[in-house]
Design a protein around this ligand. Sequence first.
Ligand code: SAM
Length: 238
Amino acid sequence: MTLYGVGLGPGEADLVTVRGQRVLERADVVYSPGRLSRSVATEHVPESRIGDLDFPMTRDPEALREAWREAAAEVAPRARSGDVAFVTLGDPNVYSTFGHLRRTLDAFHPDVDVAVVPGVSAVTAFATALGVEVDAGAGLALREAADGKSPTGPDRMVLFKVTDAPATHDGLVDAGYDVTYGRRLFMEQGDERVTTDPADVADRDYYTLAYAERADLQKDRPTAFEDAREDTGVVGGD
Ligand SMILES: C[S@@+](CC[C@H](N)C(=O)[O-])C[C@H]1O[C@@H](n2cnc3c(N)ncnc32)[C@H](O)[C@@H]1O
């Protein structure tokens, strides 16, 4: 039997994948690490099958390790005797709490089978919500921008954990970036916001990301017609 890490997508219940929904429907217990993931999960499974795991609100690494050891000790026996799920918003392999659980299980309960159902990550959902096209030939980097950090370097970046947008904005603009912010994208809870003004997202809300692109980036976007000509080797002509 198996522990499934299930990605729920960005937060709207109908963005859970068909495979994710099937796993949730047949799991004996569905564990959720937070309020928002729980509210998405309960659109697919009854409250009676939601399992409780306690996570302390702390950054103390030892307290967190202990909490994950306890979570793994709760999940492991259930995953040996049946199928259980651990849900996360987005994808379980992208900046996710599921990684902590999997590593703790590997260390203390290595006999537990683990499988992952990928979800629609904010890494891709941002592009639709912000109207960004990541076109052929473009690079895109992921960075974290918690506590006002302004990472720089790549031409295009998706910044996660934008908890102090005005401070992050100043650093990025000084370094030559144009920035667009997205808050609560495709989420049922709270208002979705897309803005280039950091003042609109100045209050701390964990579910805020940013897309930063070098202002002087040369964009050379071929049309489909030009692509087709290159693919067929037909260059020149009319
Ligand atoms: C710990 S990471 C989890 C990412 C998630 N596993 C995924 O694949 O999307 C949380 C960060 O992702 C971003 N994020 C996740 N979902 C979002 C959403 N619906 N709207 C805006 N930002 C989101 C925010 O920057 C947030 O601080």
